[in-house]
Design a protein around this ligand. Structure first.
Ligand code: K1U
Ligand code: ZN
Length: 172
């Protein structure tokens, strides 16, 4: 099932999420719905608070080659274990801030630990777009958006555009 994506500003996008204590059938359904929602958008990542669920779960697929098989990933309770000193800049977007893009500088490589849907502990080092995306998604779980890395004027300009968009969408 495709779930509606919350648009900034929304208080749920600013709150920290709760860890997942047990992988229940509801969590399995949430992960499946989030992958469907991400591919439908389309996007390369999605965090549970973006669909209004305040739990530490993210999904990603940053495979860019159109001839390669999809590489869906589900990360439960992800934590950043290590970040590189080297930084990289990427023009980020966000499905909760449609059609707005800005350069964000982040560590070029990160090591992340998480549980998969079987409950097994996983650990992996990410680089390139995967590293940018996993950091963007883990930020969502702490109530942080990519616009929080921008200066106050740029952030306010984007927020005002989103308030206008939400008023227009509400009017139908
Ligand atoms: O978390 C989100 O809002 C999803 C977001 C992830 C992201 C994008 C860019 C840098 C870091 C994290 C998106 O997927 S925005 C859409 C997007 O980037 C995209 C859409 C279609 C094809 C390729 C990329
Ligand atoms: Zn986002």
């Amino acid at each position: 099932m495709i779930r509606p994506i919350l648009i900034h500003p929304d208080p749920r996008l600013k709150k920290p999420c709760e860890p997942i204590a047990a992988i229940t059938p509801e969590i399995v359904t949430l992960a499946s719905d989030m992958l469907q929602t991400m591919y439908d958008a389309p996007g390369i990542g999605l965090a549970a608070p973006q669909v209004g669920v305040m739990k530490r779960l993210i999904v990603m697929d940053c495979e860019k080659r159109t001839d390669a098989p999809p590489q869906p990933m589900v990360l439960i309770n992800p934590v950043v274990l290590w970040t590189s000193e080297e930084l990289s800049t990427y023009e980020e977007g966000c499905l909760s801030i449609p059609d707005q893009y800005a350069d964000v500088q982040r560590p070029a490589e990160v090591r992340v630990g998480w549980r998969d849907l079987d409950g097994s502990e996983q650990e992996r080092q990410f680089d390139g777009l995967w590293a940018t995306c996993v950091q963007h998604e883990i930020d969502h779980l702490a109530g942080k958006l990519f616009i929080d890395y921008l200066g106050p004027l740029k952030r306010q300009m984007i927020t005002r555009k989103m308030e206008k968009l939400k008023r227009e969408l509400a009017r139908g």
